[in-house]
Design a protein around this ligand. Structure first.
Ligand SMILES: [Zn+2]
Ligand SMILES: [Zn+2]
Length: 251
């Protein structure tokens, strides 16, 4: 199975990264709808799209306003946006108000249930998607996706902590996509803003015994190759890599 990181920064785009949007093309499954949404049509393989939102901060939902372009480039029979009810309501009420974006693209909103079944495909069995709460201003949620013999988790917009409750939820996944907005030198900013810095993210990966760790939601003010000192993370959890836009991950 392949996960494509369409966008790997947070807050706002920069010259090399767009805001969060991850896609599993063969399942028509998207995680978050940031500015990188405009790239999705190039990769879509299905006629239906399920979008799962971690929360409704603008860097994760603004791409819902780009769905007219997406469906023009790649016609879709159905688009469903899944999320917590209060986040879906905020998107509807505020982002699609006539004063901000007056035309609502053709998607249905559906409040998350405890478990979402991932339909079987040509060469894959049925899977399941579950979610769990994360501490963040306004609240965020993480996702775990399991198929027999393979699994992944997506954790963003939270302050990493190897003692946090979510560590149990991601235990043993093959692939962990975790935010890492700051290097350790900005640990105080990470705490203040509800984001993560390098060392605790690597400790989470080690504690949860994941297969590999990919770092995303990097600070958009840092356009250098390595904004968060990835070697610090690798010293704690060797199978760590920085994510980059359009990165394709087999798992
Ligand atoms: Zn964010
Ligand atoms: Zn946020």
């Amino acid at each position: 199975m392949k996960l494509i990181l369409l966008g790997t920064t947070g807050y706002h785009p920069n010259e090399r990264r767009h805001t969060p949007c991850m896609l599993i093309p063969e399942c028509g499954l998207m995680l978050d709808a940031g500015t990188a949404m405009f790239r999705a049509a190039e990769y879509l393989e299905t006629a239906e799209l399920d979008i799962f939102l971690t929360h409704s901060h603008l860097d994760h939902v603004i791409g819902l306003t780009y769905l007219f372009s997406l469906t023009h480039q790649h016609p879709l029979d159905r688009i469903t946006v899944h999320g917590q009810p209060e986040k879906l309501a905020a998107v509807d009420r505020h982002m699609f108000s006539e004063h901000l974006f007056p035309m609502k693209p053709p998607f249905e909103s559906r409040p998350l249930s405890d478990e979402f079944l991932l339909a079987a495909g040509d060469d894959r069995p049925e899977g399941r998607l579950t979610h769990f709460p994360l501490k963040h201003q306004g609240g965020s949620i993480g996702y775990r996706l399991d198929w027999p013999g393979r699994s992944m988790a997506y954790v963003t917009d939270t302050t990493a902590d190897p003692q946090a409750d979510y560590v149990e939820k991601i235990r043993g996944v093959d692939l962990l996509i975790h935010e890492c907005y700051f290097p350790d030198v900005n640990a105080d900013w990470a705490e203040k803003t509800g984001h993560s810095c390098t060392t605790p993210v690597a400790q989470v990966a080690r504690e949860a015994e994941v297969g590999r760790l990919i770092l995303v939601h990097l600070n958009p003010l840092s356009v250098e190759d390595d904004p968060i000192d990835v070697d610090v993370a690798q010293a704690i959890f060797p199978k760590t890599q920085l994510g980059h836009d359009r990165m394709e991950l087999e798992f």
